[in-house]
Design a protein around this ligand. Structure first.
Ligand SMILES: NC(=O)C1=CN([C@@H]2O[C@H](COP(=O)(O)OP(=O)(O)OC[C@H]3O[C@@H](n4cnc5c(N)ncnc54)[C@H](O)[C@@H]3O)[C@@H](O)[C@H]2O)[C@@H](O)CC1
Ligand SMILES: [K+]
Length: 508
């Protein structure tokens, strides 16, 4: 399927597979390494151009024991030939290298010195080829000290594949890691380029091609992607010319009690802006007046308990629900969630809606499993890290798991789409597919933005989008809206940016 080629993320193991398939097809490993070294040298020359001296630059290349070091030797030779002053500082003696890395060391004709002579203060550019995809344990001792000293000196630093110390699989820092200004990686990005804290350590990431053909992905069959519109744009229901508001679904948001209604209204207004044909806010009686005084296009209806909700659910036009924002965590959440799911409707469970199941997790998981057989997933859970840990404590505590794997395991257990929020939000489906979201701004970390996200996702569900795509699209639109607004964002302004987001999606 074509979508598999878009924005694929490969773990270091999968990247190794891509490498091996390519070599089996007759391209030698050293040819790939020379291409990689070339891409690194090109990036370095661009950075040197930014420095703007126009003359010779002092470049220190740090070379490790594996092929990451091999790439550094190739880049060093090309930069040396460009007239720059290059020294390769190696962790182990070049004669100890083997395979392609040894060939690369032989290709280099310049100065080699041990790592301990490297002085970050006396370079214009550092190229980090110490460790890449082969990082297998925490960095310790002299190398850790060198990384700390380098980060303090803060030279301009270009990382090859990954900043040494960043796990390509998880984005975790093993021991310590360089802070790069730029990272050049090859063929496809890795989860560690987009999962924190690795993402921050990478600086800006350039993915460059080195001669590995895209069709190796047909064999590898990766299931992780960067969240980009190409993954879900075709399922996005932009209103058609002859369309009717009922074609675009009817989203329903449960309001909290009188003093806690704002969160639900944020979700409801966002659902309307995000494309639901109609939106109804279900309000407890004591909050009807306050809700009525704040709503115009969103409709309002009293819902006092399970009986009222049961009557509402008889009408099949109410097709996507949001439960949790400002709602409180009592028995009522659990009843409502059960009724909505048993009635076969889509449900976004957020905030209090998630916390309400902390002590009775299995009820939620069992409820969701039975009715959904063969019907596709209808439950979307949108926890931040704290809510996630309450619902999936064992998964949250498993240090060896990446955020991607945590979200995947939770999705499988709950038979729900999991939106594990943060700067690096991960969206995972029970079938193993997962995306990492990378847009948005730090201004999103403000009260109420999560409520808006729930509403945006519900709007896509109301329009019939499958749950995984609805969640991925909702998270992306939410992040893009924040980018378009810029600094000073509050949750109230987010939905107002959605028209510009739709224009971009329609024009692209
Ligand atoms: N498709 C590919 O896979 C390609 C890979 N290339 C390069 O090859 C790299 C991967 O090469 P390798 O698999 O040789 O791995 P690395 O070069 O990243 O490192 C592996 C070596 O580091 C040692 N090591 C691991 N963790 C350590 C630690 N904490 N402290 C000290 N030593 C440690 C290992 O024992 C092993 O000797 C990539 O990052 C990339 O730069 C490129 O040459 C081009 C193609
Ligand atoms: K590196």
């Amino acid at each position: 399927m074509e979508w598999r080629r878009f924005h694929t993320l490969l773990t270091p193991d999968e990247m190794g597979q891509a490498d091996r398939i390519t070599i089996r097809r007759g391209v030698s490993g050293f040819v790939l390494m020379k291409a990689a070294g070339n891409r690194v040298a090109e990036a370095a020359l661009k950075m040197i151009g930014d420095i703007g001296t126009g003359g010779t630059c002092r470049i220190a290349c740090l070379g490790g024991p594996g092929n990451n070091g091999g790439d550094a030797f190739v880049a060093a030779e090309l930069l040396r030939r460009s007239g720059h002053s290059v020294v390769v500082h190696t962790l182990s003696k070049p004669e100890c290298l083997s395979g392609d890395a040894a060939l690369a060391a032989g290709y280099y004709e310049g100065t080699v010195e041990p790592l301990d002579t490297f002085e970050p203060e006396k370079t214009d550019l550092v190229i980090d080829g110490l460790l890449g995809a082969g990082l297998s344990r925490p960095i310790e001792g002299d190398v850790a000290a060198l990384i700390a000293r380098t980060n303090t000196a803060a030279p301009r630093l270009l990382a090859i594949d990954l900043p040494s110390g960043v796990s390509g699989k998880s984005g975790a820092i093993l021991g310590d890691a360089f802070q790069a200004e730029r990272t050049v990686s090859f063929f496809r990005a890795k989860p560690g380029h987009f999962l924190e804290p690795g993402r921050t350590r990478c600086g800006s990431v350039d993915i460059r091609q080195i001669g590995i053909e895209a069709n190796v992905l047909d064999t590898i069959r990766p299931k992780a992607f960067l969240n980009q519109p190409e993954l879900w744009r075709l399922q996005l229901n932009l209103p058609a010319g002859a369309g009717h508001k009922y074609d675009r679904g009817h989203a329903v948001v449960f309001s909290g009690p009188a003093l806690k209604t704002g969160a639900a209204r944020l979700a409801a207004n966002a659902a309307l802006r995000a494309g639901a044909g109609l939106v109804t806010l279900l309000s407890p009686p004591n909050a009807i007046l306050v809700n009525a005084s704040h709503l115009t296009a969103v409709m309002l209806r009293k819902c006092e308990g399970s009986g009222d909700l049961g009557e509402i659910l008889v009408d099949h036009r109410f097709n996507a629900f949001v439960l949790g924002p400002g709602f409180g965590t009592g028995e009522r959440v659990r009843d409502y969630a059960r009724l909505v799911l048993e009635a076969g409707r889509a449900l976004v469970l957020d905030a209090d809606g998630i916390s309400a199941f902390s002590d009775v997790r299995n009820i939620l998981f069992d409820n969701e499993k039975q009715p959904s057989e063969g019907e596709g997933v209808r439950l979307v859970l949108t926890p931040h890290a704290g809510e996630f840990a309450r619902l999936f404590p064992d998964i949250a505590e498993a240090d060896r798991l990446s955020k991607l794997d945590r979200a995947r395991q939770a999705a499988e257990r709950a038979n729900a789409v999991i939106v594990l929020k943060g700067r690096d939000t991960v969206i995972a489906s029970p079938d193993g597919r997962a995306v990492i979201n990378a847009n948005g701004t730090p201004w999103l970390a403000t009260a109420g933005t999560g409520d808006v996200l729930s509403g945006i996702i519900a709007a896509q569900l109301a329009q019939g989008m499958p749950a995984f795509e609805a969640a991925a699209a909702g998270v992306w639109m939410h992040g893009r809206a924040a980018e378009l607004f810029g600094p000073g964002l509050t949750a109230e302004e987010l939905a107002g940016q959605l028209p510009r987001v739709f224009v971009e999606l329609m024009e692209a």
